[in-house]
Design a protein around this ligand. Structure first.
Ligand code: UTP
Length: 278
């Protein structure tokens, strides 16, 4: 039922300068695959076939990545290198890719609102921040888990995880009542609270399922933390009008928007790939 996935990718990625000067952060590779391809694969596994990206500067690289390169195809046809393109070819064949620019960096809430033209305002949709790289070596991908949960509860859902208390200031933080194992009915949400004023240590990571009424709520949301339109503020409003769930997902998440997380992910994938090849 959830066919569309939004990829906000308009950020400047300043923590990776100068690499991100002319290239979007989402195109940084973990081994041989850019971050955004991992995100698109996760969305596709969950049943999405329409991949909508909110772009900023340097959008060409993302657009080109999800398009056929005829010269390249011609060049490697029949060689053993062809197997390196099997994954991306399948995505290009089976999915539709759409793009719109954010124009001004006014926050994640604003970026998601720009996606209204791409995902429409009649059906729920997924959101993946590709710089949060998620894997679940033991089973289904994080977005697949969330889509299943949506089918039961039919409301907006955010993926959450526990972090040490001194890390909460980097995230949107939730509090709520655990209504089922790992499923929280959210009653409060704060964007990047001070470590000593946090409602909990359960933080939101870059996976969301949003119901389309979120667009109107974002329109009515005033700029919050750092003068940006925060999706956390809009989701708090939505939770007060109806309900929003926090889901403690199964799997691992790497913060590839930070150097430490990026290196950790690279090592993890390199070691696991070696395991697979044994
Ligand atoms: P971040 O704040 O982590 O990304 O936003 P950034 O600004 O690109 O990175 P740094 O801090 O300068 O290194 C989280 C996600 O939200 C998107 C970003 O592209 C990233 O995927 N985003 C954020 C937007 O698309 N638009 C915005 O206005 C803000």
């Amino acid at each position: 039922m959830i066919k569309r996935c939004l990829f906000p990718a308009a950020g400047y990625g300043t923590r990776f300068l100068p690499a991100t000067k002319a290239m979007p952060k989402e195109m940084l590779p973990i081994l041989t695959k850019p971050l955004i391809q991992y995100g698109v694969e996760e969305a596709y596994e969950a049943g999405c076939t329409i991949m909508a990206t909110i772009t900023g500067r340097g959008k060409r690289a993302i657009t080109d990545h999800f398009d056929i390169s005829y010269e390249l195809e011609h060049q490697i046809q029949g060689s053993d290198k062809e197997e390196l393109l099997v994954g991306i070819r399948a995505l290009i064949k089976n999915c539709t890719f759409t793009y719109t620019p954010q124009n001004e960096m006014k926050g994640l809430g604003d970026a998601i609102h720009k996606g209204k033209a791409l995902v429409g305002d009649t059906a729920p949709f997924a959101v993946i921040l590709a710089d949060d790289l998620c894997v679940n070596p033991d089973g289904e991908g994080v977005m697949t888990q969330m889509v299943k949960l949506y089918e039961k509860y039919k409301c907006s859902i955010v993926a959450i995880m526990e972090v040490p208390h001194d890390q909460v200031h980097k995230y949107g933080v939730i509090s709520g009542r655990e209504i089922e194992k790992d499923i929280f009915l959210i009653d409060d949400m704060v964007e990047k609270p001070d470590n000593d004023k946090t409602p909990s240590n359960l933080v939101i990571i870059g996976r969301y399922i949003l119901t389309p009424d979120i667009f109107k709520i974002i329109e009515d949301t005033k700029p919050g933390k750092n003068g940006e339109i925060q999706i956390t503020d809009a989701l708090l409003t939505q939770s007060k009008k109806g309900m929003v769930l926090g889901y403690k997902f199964q799997g691992k998440r790497f913060d590839c928007g930070s150097l430490d997380g990026f290196v950790e992910a690279t090592n993890y994938f390199y070691n696991n790939l070696k395991e697979l090849k044994k």
